[in-house]
Write a protein of this length. Structure first.
Length: 163
């Protein structure tokens, strides 16, 4: 299954790119452990809010790859897989992308793919409802990254969002 989400940040491309390439512990939402170098695994919590008081969440291991740069765009490969009952959760393979939209505007996006676990039953459940859970989780993850980047910049404005 393919999944994509993006948001626009009122920040310069160079600022967003440099912050993403710094310590991931400063921008990975729900981080449990910091990393010091590319390729190191991180433990984080991903999920989404059900209400103001409740959140659905799962611990995942995130592995960041080596950044790939082209003019006015950078791609950071990432993989996340659930800790614990791995057979019940899909592995997400994605690219976190930063692209310049203008001098003071940058798009942060994630494009990824996953295969539902449990064969035909998992694919049917994914079509019926679990893909929405995956979309909500990815949205929450990217929104969290965007918020962390804005917090470091001191930007109060909310991003424009899409999917």
């Amino acid at each position: 299954m393919f999944i994509r989400y993006y948001l626009d940040l009122p920040m310069r491309f160079e600022e967003v790119e440099s912050r993403l390439l710094e310590d991931p512990g400063s921008w990975v939402p729900g981080i449990a452990e910091g990393a010091e170098s590319r390729g190191e695994r991180l433990l984080a919590e991903v999920g989404f809010p059900m209400s103001a008081e409740r959140r659905v969440a799962k611990s995942v291991e995130i592995e960041l790859g080596t950044v790939y740069r082209i003019p006015s765009k950078a791609l950071l490969p990432l993989t996340w897989k659930a800790t614990g009952s791995e057979a019940l959760f899909p592995v997400l393979e994605a690219d976190l992308e930063v692209a310049a939209l203008g001098p003071e505007r940058t798009q942060l996006s994630i494009s990824g793919r996953y295969h539902p676990p449990l064969g035909m039953v998992g694919r049917a459940l994914d079509r019926a409802m679990l893909h929405r859970v995956a979309e909500a989780t990815v949205k929450d993850f990217v929104d969290g990254i965007g918020q962390a980047l804005r917090d470091r910049e001191g930007v109060a404005a909310r991003p424009e969002r899409g999917s």
